[in-house]
Design a protein around this ligand. Structure first.
Ligand code: GTP
Ligand code: MG
Ligand code: ZN
Length: 362
Protein backbone atom coordinates (compact mmCIF):
# COMPACT_ATOMS: atom_id res chain seq x y z
CA UNK A 1 0.00 0.00 0.00
CA UNK A 2 1.46 3.38 -1.01
CA UNK A 3 1.10 6.01 1.72
CA UNK A 4 -1.27 8.76 0.72
CA UNK A 5 0.40 12.17 0.60
CA UNK A 6 -2.27 13.41 2.97
CA UNK A 7 -1.46 10.92 5.71
CA UNK A 8 2.24 11.77 5.36
CA UNK A 9 1.45 15.49 5.57
CA UNK A 10 -0.53 14.90 8.73
CA UNK A 11 2.32 12.99 10.33
CA UNK A 12 4.66 15.88 9.57
CA UNK A 13 2.42 18.15 11.62
CA UNK A 14 2.86 15.71 14.52
CA UNK A 15 6.64 15.98 14.31
CA UNK A 16 7.49 13.16 11.88
CA UNK A 17 11.08 13.91 10.85
CA UNK A 18 10.64 13.33 7.12
CA UNK A 19 14.07 14.61 6.13
CA UNK A 20 16.09 12.59 8.60
CA UNK A 21 18.22 10.05 6.70
CA UNK A 22 17.99 7.69 9.66
CA UNK A 23 14.28 7.51 9.04
CA UNK A 24 14.53 6.34 5.44
CA UNK A 25 13.32 2.87 6.39
CA UNK A 26 10.49 4.29 8.44
CA UNK A 27 9.32 6.28 5.47
CA UNK A 28 8.61 3.01 3.67
CA UNK A 29 5.95 2.22 6.26
CA UNK A 30 2.29 2.83 5.41
CA UNK A 31 1.66 6.34 6.71
CA UNK A 32 -2.00 5.62 7.38
CA UNK A 33 -1.04 3.16 10.10
CA UNK A 34 1.58 5.26 11.86
CA UNK A 35 0.54 7.14 14.98
CA UNK A 36 2.28 9.12 17.70
CA UNK A 37 1.71 8.47 21.38
CA UNK A 38 0.23 11.73 22.67
CA UNK A 39 -0.70 10.62 26.17
CA UNK A 40 -0.31 7.65 28.45
CA UNK A 41 -2.83 6.59 31.04
CA UNK A 42 -2.93 3.75 33.47
CA UNK A 43 -5.36 1.92 31.22
CA UNK A 44 -3.52 2.52 27.95
CA UNK A 45 -2.39 4.96 25.34
CA UNK A 46 -3.86 7.87 23.45
CA UNK A 47 -2.38 8.11 19.98
CA UNK A 48 -2.68 10.72 17.24
CA UNK A 49 -2.64 10.19 13.48
CA UNK A 50 -3.25 13.87 12.67
CA UNK A 51 -3.74 17.13 14.53
CA UNK A 52 -7.08 16.78 16.29
CA UNK A 53 -7.40 13.09 15.47
CA UNK A 54 -6.60 11.38 18.75
CA UNK A 55 -8.01 8.13 20.06
CA UNK A 56 -7.30 5.41 22.62
CA UNK A 57 -5.22 2.49 21.36
CA UNK A 58 -4.67 -0.94 22.82
CA UNK A 59 -1.17 -1.86 23.91
CA UNK A 60 0.52 -5.16 23.10
CA UNK A 61 0.03 -7.73 25.85
CA UNK A 62 3.80 -7.98 26.28
CA UNK A 63 3.95 -4.32 27.38
CA UNK A 64 1.39 -4.80 30.13
CA UNK A 65 3.37 -7.57 31.82
CA UNK A 66 5.06 -6.64 35.06
CA UNK A 67 8.45 -7.86 33.92
CA UNK A 68 8.44 -5.62 30.86
CA UNK A 69 11.04 -2.91 31.44
CA UNK A 70 9.43 0.55 31.28
CA UNK A 71 11.91 1.72 28.63
CA UNK A 72 10.71 -1.08 26.32
CA UNK A 73 7.13 0.15 26.36
CA UNK A 74 5.88 3.07 24.29
CA UNK A 75 6.27 6.47 25.95
CA UNK A 76 4.88 9.85 25.01
CA UNK A 77 6.44 10.97 21.74
CA UNK A 78 6.92 7.44 20.45
CA UNK A 79 5.87 6.48 16.95
CA UNK A 80 3.89 3.27 16.78
CA UNK A 81 2.40 1.10 14.07
CA UNK A 82 -1.31 0.31 14.32
CA UNK A 83 -3.01 -2.79 13.09
CA UNK A 84 -4.82 -1.79 9.91
CA UNK A 85 -8.35 -2.69 10.91
CA UNK A 86 -8.28 -1.89 14.62
CA UNK A 87 -6.89 0.60 17.11
CA UNK A 88 -4.37 -1.89 18.34
CA UNK A 89 -0.69 -0.98 18.55
CA UNK A 90 1.37 -3.74 16.95
CA UNK A 91 4.87 -2.27 17.01
CA UNK A 92 7.03 0.38 18.58
CA UNK A 93 9.12 2.11 15.89
CA UNK A 94 12.83 2.74 16.47
CA UNK A 95 13.57 5.83 18.56
CA UNK A 96 15.78 8.80 17.72
CA UNK A 97 16.12 9.73 21.36
CA UNK A 98 14.82 8.81 24.78
CA UNK A 99 14.92 11.08 27.80
CA UNK A 100 14.65 9.07 30.99
CA UNK A 101 15.41 9.14 34.68
CA UNK A 102 15.52 6.55 37.42
CA UNK A 103 12.14 5.83 39.01
CA UNK A 104 11.72 6.93 42.61
CA UNK A 105 12.79 4.40 45.23
CA UNK A 106 15.47 1.74 45.15
CA UNK A 107 14.14 -0.40 42.31
CA UNK A 108 16.61 0.74 39.62
CA UNK A 109 13.74 0.84 37.22
CA UNK A 110 13.87 3.48 34.52
CA UNK A 111 11.19 6.00 33.84
CA UNK A 112 10.94 7.35 30.30
CA UNK A 113 10.04 11.03 30.20
CA UNK A 114 9.73 11.53 26.43
CA UNK A 115 10.76 9.73 23.27
CA UNK A 116 11.86 11.10 19.89
CA UNK A 117 12.50 14.64 21.04
CA UNK A 118 15.16 16.74 19.32
CA UNK A 119 15.44 19.39 22.00
CA UNK A 120 14.93 19.44 25.75
CA UNK A 121 14.00 22.83 27.20
CA UNK A 122 15.29 22.72 30.77
CA UNK A 123 13.08 25.36 32.38
CA UNK A 124 13.93 27.21 35.56
CA UNK A 125 12.58 30.38 37.11
CA UNK A 126 15.04 33.15 37.92
CA UNK A 127 13.31 33.31 41.31
CA UNK A 128 14.20 31.40 44.49
CA UNK A 129 13.91 28.17 42.50
CA UNK A 130 17.06 29.02 40.52
CA UNK A 131 19.70 26.38 41.26
CA UNK A 132 22.69 25.85 38.91
CA UNK A 133 23.48 22.48 40.53
CA UNK A 134 20.05 21.15 39.70
CA UNK A 135 20.45 22.42 36.12
CA UNK A 136 23.73 20.51 35.84
CA UNK A 137 21.88 17.41 36.98
CA UNK A 138 19.32 17.89 34.21
CA UNK A 139 22.09 18.33 31.67
CA UNK A 140 23.69 15.00 32.59
CA UNK A 141 20.38 13.23 31.91
CA UNK A 142 19.71 15.19 28.73
CA UNK A 143 23.21 14.41 27.51
CA UNK A 144 22.43 10.68 27.61
CA UNK A 145 19.12 11.09 25.78
CA UNK A 146 20.34 11.90 22.29
CA UNK A 147 18.50 15.26 22.35
CA UNK A 148 20.05 18.72 22.64
CA UNK A 149 19.55 20.82 25.78
CA UNK A 150 18.48 24.47 25.85
CA UNK A 151 18.30 26.27 29.18
CA UNK A 152 15.20 28.46 29.45
CA UNK A 153 15.23 30.89 32.36
CA UNK A 154 11.75 32.30 33.03
CA UNK A 155 10.38 35.18 35.10
CA UNK A 156 12.79 37.67 33.58
CA UNK A 157 10.12 40.36 34.08
CA UNK A 158 10.16 39.76 37.84
CA UNK A 159 13.85 39.02 38.42
CA UNK A 160 15.86 40.81 35.75
CA UNK A 161 18.36 41.68 38.48
CA UNK A 162 19.39 38.06 39.20
CA UNK A 163 22.98 37.63 38.10
CA UNK A 164 22.75 34.19 36.56
CA UNK A 165 25.67 34.68 34.16
CA UNK A 166 28.48 34.04 36.61
CA UNK A 167 26.70 31.02 38.09
CA UNK A 168 26.01 29.54 34.68
CA UNK A 169 29.42 30.22 33.16
CA UNK A 170 30.40 26.54 33.34
CA UNK A 171 27.20 25.46 31.61
CA UNK A 172 27.45 28.20 28.97
CA UNK A 173 31.01 27.06 28.23
CA UNK A 174 29.61 23.65 27.16
CA UNK A 175 27.82 25.42 24.31
CA UNK A 176 24.38 24.99 25.88
CA UNK A 177 22.17 27.86 24.67
CA UNK A 178 20.74 29.90 27.55
CA UNK A 179 17.62 31.97 26.88
CA UNK A 180 15.99 34.34 29.38
CA UNK A 181 12.30 35.00 28.88
CA UNK A 182 9.14 36.36 30.33
CA UNK A 183 7.08 33.22 29.73
CA UNK A 184 3.87 35.26 29.62
CA UNK A 185 5.00 37.54 26.81
CA UNK A 186 4.76 36.25 23.22
CA UNK A 187 7.43 38.66 21.96
CA UNK A 188 9.88 37.50 24.62
CA UNK A 189 9.08 33.82 24.07
CA UNK A 190 9.63 34.17 20.32
CA UNK A 191 13.33 33.81 21.13
CA UNK A 192 12.55 30.07 21.34
CA UNK A 193 11.05 29.83 17.84
CA UNK A 194 14.33 28.74 16.19
CA UNK A 195 14.00 25.39 18.00
CA UNK A 196 10.31 24.94 17.25
CA UNK A 197 10.11 24.66 13.47
CA UNK A 198 8.37 21.90 11.50
CA UNK A 199 9.65 18.40 12.19
CA UNK A 200 11.04 19.38 15.60
CA UNK A 201 9.89 17.90 18.86
CA UNK A 202 10.68 19.63 22.13
CA UNK A 203 9.99 18.49 25.69
CA UNK A 204 9.75 20.89 28.63
CA UNK A 205 11.25 19.71 31.90
CA UNK A 206 11.91 21.47 35.18
CA UNK A 207 10.59 21.76 38.68
CA UNK A 208 7.00 22.58 39.47
CA UNK A 209 6.26 26.27 39.12
CA UNK A 210 9.10 26.94 36.70
CA UNK A 211 6.65 28.10 34.04
CA UNK A 212 6.50 25.13 31.64
CA UNK A 213 2.75 25.33 31.09
CA UNK A 214 2.87 29.13 30.94
CA UNK A 215 5.43 28.82 28.12
CA UNK A 216 3.27 26.22 26.39
CA UNK A 217 0.23 28.51 26.49
CA UNK A 218 2.15 31.53 25.22
CA UNK A 219 3.69 29.57 22.34
CA UNK A 220 0.30 28.10 21.49
CA UNK A 221 -1.56 31.39 21.80
CA UNK A 222 -4.31 29.89 23.97
CA UNK A 223 -4.64 28.96 27.63
CA UNK A 224 -4.77 25.22 26.98
CA UNK A 225 -2.77 24.14 30.02
CA UNK A 226 -3.74 24.99 33.59
CA UNK A 227 -1.18 27.09 35.49
CA UNK A 228 -1.02 28.13 39.14
CA UNK A 229 0.88 30.65 41.23
CA UNK A 230 3.91 29.42 43.18
CA UNK A 231 4.18 29.61 46.98
CA UNK A 232 5.41 33.04 47.97
CA UNK A 233 7.97 32.04 50.60
CA UNK A 234 10.01 29.54 48.52
CA UNK A 235 8.73 29.88 44.92
CA UNK A 236 7.79 26.18 44.86
CA UNK A 237 5.06 25.19 42.46
CA UNK A 238 1.94 23.19 43.27
CA UNK A 239 2.31 20.34 40.78
CA UNK A 240 -0.41 21.76 38.61
CA UNK A 241 0.33 19.66 35.52
CA UNK A 242 -0.27 16.00 36.29
CA UNK A 243 0.04 14.34 32.86
CA UNK A 244 2.38 14.77 29.95
CA UNK A 245 0.75 16.28 26.90
CA UNK A 246 1.90 16.39 23.29
CA UNK A 247 0.90 19.65 21.64
CA UNK A 248 1.43 20.64 17.99
CA UNK A 249 2.40 24.31 17.81
CA UNK A 250 1.59 27.02 15.25
CA UNK A 251 5.37 27.38 14.81
CA UNK A 252 5.30 23.95 13.10
CA UNK A 253 7.00 21.90 15.80
CA UNK A 254 5.57 19.81 18.59
CA UNK A 255 5.85 20.53 22.30
CA UNK A 256 5.54 18.09 25.20
CA UNK A 257 4.55 19.71 28.49
CA UNK A 258 5.35 17.60 31.53
CA UNK A 259 4.62 17.62 35.27
CA UNK A 260 7.21 19.26 37.50
CA UNK A 261 9.83 16.84 38.77
CA UNK A 262 10.48 16.35 42.44
CA UNK A 263 13.44 14.07 42.02
CA UNK A 264 15.86 13.61 39.19
CA UNK A 265 18.05 10.54 39.59
CA UNK A 266 20.39 9.23 36.89
CA UNK A 267 19.67 5.78 35.46
CA UNK A 268 23.31 4.73 35.22
CA UNK A 269 23.34 5.00 31.43
CA UNK A 270 24.75 8.51 31.58
CA UNK A 271 28.43 9.22 31.07
CA UNK A 272 29.54 11.96 33.40
CA UNK A 273 32.46 12.82 31.09
CA UNK A 274 30.42 12.95 27.89
CA UNK A 275 29.45 16.55 27.47
CA UNK A 276 27.94 18.06 30.60
CA UNK A 277 31.30 18.83 32.25
CA UNK A 278 33.76 19.21 29.38
CA UNK A 279 35.60 22.04 31.16
CA UNK A 280 36.43 19.74 34.09
CA UNK A 281 37.27 16.82 31.82
CA UNK A 282 39.74 19.04 29.96
CA UNK A 283 41.37 20.02 33.26
CA UNK A 284 41.69 16.42 34.49
CA UNK A 285 43.54 15.62 31.24
CA UNK A 286 46.18 18.15 32.26
CA UNK A 287 46.85 16.65 35.70
CA UNK A 288 50.36 15.20 35.97
CA UNK A 289 49.11 11.76 37.01
CA UNK A 290 46.56 9.98 34.88
CA UNK A 291 44.84 8.57 37.96
CA UNK A 292 44.96 11.89 39.82
CA UNK A 293 42.28 12.04 42.51
CA UNK A 294 42.59 15.84 42.59
CA UNK A 295 43.52 15.72 46.27
CA UNK A 296 47.09 16.32 47.41
CA UNK A 297 48.83 15.11 44.24
CA UNK A 298 51.49 17.37 42.77
CA UNK A 299 50.72 18.88 39.38
CA UNK A 300 46.94 18.69 39.78
CA UNK A 301 45.35 20.97 37.17
CA UNK A 302 41.94 20.78 38.82
CA UNK A 303 43.22 22.03 42.16
CA UNK A 304 45.22 24.73 40.39
CA UNK A 305 42.03 25.92 38.68
CA UNK A 306 40.13 25.84 41.97
CA UNK A 307 42.91 27.83 43.67
CA UNK A 308 43.03 30.32 40.81
CA UNK A 309 39.25 30.77 41.00
CA UNK A 310 38.71 29.72 37.38
CA UNK A 311 36.77 26.57 38.37
CA UNK A 312 33.70 26.97 40.59
CA UNK A 313 34.17 24.64 43.60
CA UNK A 314 30.43 24.02 43.78
CA UNK A 315 30.43 22.92 40.13
CA UNK A 316 33.36 20.60 40.76
CA UNK A 317 31.70 19.12 43.87
CA UNK A 318 28.55 18.51 41.84
CA UNK A 319 30.56 16.81 39.08
CA UNK A 320 31.89 14.36 41.67
CA UNK A 321 28.53 13.84 43.33
CA UNK A 322 26.76 13.18 40.02
CA UNK A 323 29.60 10.94 38.86
CA UNK A 324 29.23 8.84 42.00
CA UNK A 325 25.45 8.67 41.54
CA UNK A 326 25.77 7.55 37.92
CA UNK A 327 28.29 4.86 38.91
CA UNK A 328 26.10 3.61 41.77
CA UNK A 329 23.02 3.52 39.54
CA UNK A 330 24.87 1.60 36.82
CA UNK A 331 26.06 -0.92 39.39
CA UNK A 332 22.63 -1.28 40.96
CA UNK A 333 21.00 -1.73 37.56
CA UNK A 334 23.51 -4.40 36.49
CA UNK A 335 23.05 -6.29 39.76
CA UNK A 336 19.30 -6.14 39.37
CA UNK A 337 19.49 -7.44 35.79
CA UNK A 338 21.64 -10.33 36.99
CA UNK A 339 19.15 -11.19 39.77
CA UNK A 340 16.29 -11.08 37.28
CA UNK A 341 18.10 -13.36 34.83
CA UNK A 342 18.85 -15.79 37.64
CA UNK A 343 15.22 -15.74 38.76
CA UNK A 344 14.03 -16.40 35.21
CA UNK A 345 16.46 -19.29 34.79
CA UNK A 346 15.27 -20.84 38.07
CA UNK A 347 11.63 -20.45 37.14
CA UNK A 348 12.27 -22.04 33.75
CA UNK A 349 13.87 -25.15 35.21
CA UNK A 350 11.34 -25.46 38.05
CA UNK A 351 8.12 -25.14 36.04
CA UNK A 352 8.68 -26.00 32.40
CA UNK A 353 5.14 -27.30 31.89
CA UNK A 354 3.35 -24.33 33.41
CA UNK A 355 5.53 -21.93 31.50
CA UNK A 356 4.85 -23.64 28.18
CA UNK A 357 1.16 -23.55 28.82
CA UNK A 358 1.15 -19.78 29.50
CA UNK A 359 3.35 -19.01 26.53
CA UNK A 360 1.05 -20.81 24.16
CA UNK A 361 -1.95 -18.88 25.43
CA UNK A 362 -0.25 -15.46 25.23
N1 GTP B 1 5.62 37.09 35.75
C1 GTP B 1 5.90 35.85 35.30
N2 GTP B 1 5.25 34.81 35.81
C2 GTP B 1 5.56 33.57 35.34
C3 GTP B 1 6.53 33.36 34.35
N3 GTP B 1 6.62 32.04 34.10
C4 GTP B 1 5.73 31.45 34.93
N4 GTP B 1 5.09 32.38 35.68
C5 GTP B 1 4.08 32.13 36.71
O1 GTP B 1 4.57 31.08 37.54
C6 GTP B 1 3.49 30.26 37.99
C7 GTP B 1 3.79 28.80 37.68
O2 GTP B 1 3.75 28.61 36.28
P1 GTP B 1 3.30 27.23 35.60
O3 GTP B 1 3.36 27.47 34.14
O4 GTP B 1 2.04 26.74 36.18
O5 GTP B 1 4.48 26.29 36.06
P2 GTP B 1 4.77 24.77 35.61
O6 GTP B 1 6.21 24.67 35.37
O7 GTP B 1 3.88 24.37 34.51
O8 GTP B 1 4.42 23.98 36.96
P3 GTP B 1 3.87 22.46 37.15
O9 GTP B 1 2.78 22.22 36.16
O10 GTP B 1 3.39 22.45 38.55
O11 GTP B 1 5.05 21.58 36.95
C8 GTP B 1 2.24 30.80 37.30
O12 GTP B 1 1.58 31.65 38.21
C9 GTP B 1 2.79 31.59 36.15
O13 GTP B 1 1.93 32.67 35.78
C10 GTP B 1 7.22 34.51 33.83
O14 GTP B 1 8.12 34.43 32.98
N5 GTP B 1 6.85 35.73 34.33
MG1 MG C 1 2.55 22.84 34.32
ZN1 ZN D 1 44.13 16.35 39.45
Amino acid sequence: MQPSPDARQQLLALGWPDDAPACAALNELPAGRIARVSAQHRSGYIVATAIGREFPAQALAAWTRRDCAPENRPAIGDWVLLESARDQIVALLPRRSLLQRAAAGESYRRQPIAANVDIVFVVSGLDLDFNPRRLERYLVLVQASGAQPVLVLTKLDLHADVDADAQLAGIAAQGVPIVRVNAKDPASVSALHPWLGAGRSVVLVGSSGAGKSTLTNTLLGTQKMKTAAVRAHDARGRHTTTHRALIPLPQGGVLIDSPGMRELKPTGEEAIDAGAFDDIVALTAQCRFRDCAHGAEPGCAVRAALDAGTLDPARFANYRKLGAEVAAAAQGFAAQQARRAEGRAKAATARPRARDKYRRGA
